[in-house]
Design a protein around this ligand. Structure first.
Ligand code: BYC
Length: 316
């Protein structure tokens, strides 16, 4: 097949909603975009374990601790599926990790904020996982097969995470005045960064147009952000939390909540390495990665040994 015929075939698969699979021909730019988004998504899952990990030893009950541990393990698992899915595009995990350590690969803005109190664990589950679900439900229909299948599995676990967070917020809002204040304070700090998770406004989003043409992204950043706002404002009001936005107003003509201005300067500062915890998050990842080198080497040596033994058994 000529290059042109291959491209026609690729485009027709996209038009017919067929999935692109690892061995299929794909344009270089599609492969590059997929590697960028998928590896950033994998890094986000893994770096996202850090703010929550900070609270495992301080969880207020055995039940809360068990649930938090299970959630954090899920995030690690999501990272692993996503690294594996990215590897099907021809990049290996060492290279992805190196890009992360060198600051060449991004991860979600949200994980560069500190988790200061137990209420932050509620806010992360409710708002951060809540935002992630809205984005990931849409990505279940992404055109790249391994990513789409990964998202279907991941979404099932995310809905448990979101409920875990909301349950913490509900409990605190039914508690003492101090507990209510802690929940409100967490809401105040996590609300705006959660809205930024959906990426820049559509007009400033460099990749959306092409990614939507290739059906990598199925809905735009602003559409998904609005869906999250509409769901979450009602949940906040239901338990007595105030949304920290003086311009928040229900728009009867559109049926949506209108919000005030998002501070995009803050977003750009954070994704360019200057958020409150960027340096800490990366330094921790590098330290733990180096400490785990002997485990990777031992696993490789064991695998090589097994292969050699099997070969010897076959030849004898
Ligand atoms: N943070 O053209 P745009 C979780 C960058 S973890 C940082 O709109 P795109 C959890 C973007 O990369 C789930 N950077 O980009 C885990 C681009 O820069 P580059 C995390 C961002 O890709 C543990 C530039 O801005 N979910 O749930 O079309 C505990 C222009 O943006 C962000 C995912 O990763 C951001 N928020 O759309 C708890 C979702 N937004 O690369 C919970 C998968 C934008 O050109 N990713 N940038 O240098 C996506 O859906 C899309 O990549 C985005 C951005 C919607 C995020």
């Amino acid at each position: 097949m000529t290059e042109e015929e291959k491209l026609t075939r690729f485009n027709s698969k996209i038009d017919k909603e067929e999935k692109i699979e690892p061995k299929d021909w794909m344009p270089d730019a599609y492969r590059k975009t997929m590697i960028r988004q998928l590896s950033q998504h994998a890094h986000s899952e893994v770096i996202g374990m850090q703010p929550e990990g900070n609270w495992v030893l301080r969880a207020p009950s055995l039940r809360a601790k068990k649930i938090l541990l299970a959630k954090i393990q899920d995030e690690g698992g999501h990272g692993l599926y996503l690294y594996s899915a990215t590897e099907t595009l021809g990049i290996d995990r060492d290279e992805m990790i190196q890009q992360l350590h060198e600051g060449k690969a991004k991860y979600s803005n949200i994980f560069n904020y500190p988790a200061l109190t137990w209420a932050d664990i509620g806010a992360i589950g409710w708002l951060v996982d809540g935002a992630a679900i809205v984005n990931q439900i849409s990505l279940q229909r992404t055109s790249y097969g391994p990513y789409s299948r990964g998202m279907i599995r991941i979404c099932k676990e995310e809905s448990f995470h979101q409920r875990q967070g909301y349950e913490i917020m509900v409990t605190m809002m039914n508690g003492t005045p101090e507990q209510k204040q802690m929940a409100q304070d967490a809401m105040n700090r996590w609300w705006w960064p959660s809205l930024m998770m959906f990426g820049p406004p559509d007009n400033d989003s460099s990749h959306t147009k092409q990614s939507m043409r290739w059906k990598i992204k199925r809905e735009s950043n602003d559409v998904l952000r609005q869906r999250f706002i509409d769901k979450t404002v009602d949940q906040a009001h239901f338990i007595g939390l105030t949304v920290p936005d003086k311009d928040l107003k229900f728009n009867k003509s559109t049926g949506h909540w209108d919000i005030g201005k998002i501070n995009w300067d803050e977003f750009h500062e954070v994704i360019n390495g200057n958020g409150p915890c960027n340096k800490q998050r990366l330094a921790h990842h590098i330290k733990v990665h180096n400490e785990g080198r002997w485990v990777r080497e031992a696993a490789m040596a064991f695998a090589e040994n097994e292969t050699r033994t099997k070969k010897e058994l076959v030849t004898h």
